[in-house]
Structures are given as structure tokens and as C-alpha cells.
Design a binder for this molecule. Structure first.
Ligand SMILES: [Zn+2]
Ligand SMILES: [Zn+2]
Length: 148
């Protein structure tokens, strides 16, 4: 697929990258129809936010159509139109149960790194550096959306 990839400060390229695949039974693959560009993307573009890696797919706010769902996904089906916020959350951990989705305890697979950088790491985010889990974003044809 084609995607906008970060390669360094002020260096974003339109690359060909592997199509995303279901990696977890609670994943879905979304065919992206639109993706926002916001001020937070500029923090990546100017490399204000650390822990970006060459080839990271940008785009943290996107929408599209569900193409494929994992075996444990109960609330989505192929063909559904969806809007994806950048925050990834499980809905089950203590913080999610309190409604504090932005500090989900399970979705940031690099939480220890984020704790060091920010004092307290937040949830995983799409398209937003390895401090927030290193998840590929939506400035792409397809995205693996995870419910972790
Ligand atoms: Zn944003
Ligand atoms: Zn959670």
C-alpha cells in the first residue's frame, strides 16, 4: 500500500509499505477514506516529539470502512463506516473503567519508555511515535486498528 512515512526532521515521503494484517483477535483493518493533518503532526514533522523511527506511518485522526475483523471483534463488521480517534484503549483496565481512556494501562506497548520521558505515560496512539506504542497511522490506504 502507499503511506506517508516519516524519515527524519522535515522529511516525510510517500512510500510503498507492506499492507497491515490482523495481528490480534481484537484488531480490525480499515480502508482509510480521510485523514486529518493537525498541529500535533507538525511536532513530528519538526521532530519536537522524540522516539520516531525512519519509516513510521503518520496520521493519528482518520476514518474509513472496515475491511476485515479479528475473531474476537463483536462490535464491528465488514463494511461499517468508522471514525478513529488517536487514542487506543482497552475499555477493561482500571483507568478505562474510570473513563480515563487517554491513560489506558494496556494499550501503550512502550509504556516504560513513556513513563521515563513524561513522568507518566499515556495510552497508545496511532501514528504518534514509539513513546505512544509505535502504532502505524492513518495517512495510508489501510490501517490496523487495535482494541489491544
Ligand atoms: Zn491531532
Ligand atoms: Zn484500558
Amino acid at each position: 500500500m502507499k503511506a506517508l512515512c516519516w524519515h527524519g526532521k522535515n522529511d516525510v515521503r510517500y512510500d510503498t509499505v507492506p499492507d497491515p494484517e490482523i495481528e490480534h483477535p481484537r484488531d480490525a483493518i480499515v480502508n482509510v477514506s480521510s485523514c486529518a493533518i493537525c498541529g500535533s503532526d507538525l511536532h513530528l514533522y519538526d521532530h519536537f516529539i522524540p522516539a520516531m523511527e525512519s519509516g513510521d506511518v503518520l496520521g493519528h485522526e482518520f476514518m474509513g470502512e472496515v475491511m476485515e475483523v479479528g475473531s474476537e471483534v463483536k462490535n464491528l463488521k465488514v463494511g461499517d463506516r468508522v471514525v478513529i480517534p488517536f487514542t487506543i484503549f482497552c475499555g477493561e483496565c482500571e483507568q478505562c473503567q474510570r473513563g480515563n481512556y487517554s491513560v489506558c494501562e494496556r494499550s501503550n506497548r512502550n509504556k516504560a519508555l513513556a513513563d521515563k520521558a513524561f513522568g507518566h505515560g499515556g495510552a497508545g496512539l496511532f501514528g504518534y511515535s514509539h513513546l505512544t506504542g509505535g502504532y502505524a497511522g492513518g495517512q495510508a490506504e489501510f490501517v490496523r486498528v487495535t482494541i489491544c
